[in-house]
Design a protein around this ligand. Sequence first.
Ligand code: THU
Length: 129
Amino acid sequence: MSEALLLEKAQSAAEKAYAPYSNYPVGACVMTESGELFTGCNVENGSYSATVCAERVAIFKAISHGARVVTALALFTENRALPCGTCLQVLSEFARDGEILIYAGSPTGSVSYRLSELLPHAFQFKPKP
Ligand code: THU
């Protein structure tokens, strides 16, 4: 089942995190509509605001490889955190019919949500009237 696979890949990706400031490794894995998987980890910077979250690294890798629809995202952290608001907004850009499955995992288990539960009113540029 893809939930377990995505979480396993997200956990491995967290091992690559560059997080010397927060010491909070995060790993992500996205699945595209064609079934391809792309992983990411958080990449911090001494100029803190230049830090990029694991989810956005994974999403941007997928998009830069030509994908345009993301169907699922798994996030692995030590405390089963959910994606931050900025990453949810970025995800919403690439959701088909506004929906993406989101799995949040930790060493003690996982939970799942739909994007529309976590971000029910995403910003849309020039939404149709
Ligand atoms: N972080 C993520 O990678 N994803 C999120 O959704 C929230 C936060 C990272 C950024 C930073 O490296 C560390 O977690 C602490 O905020």
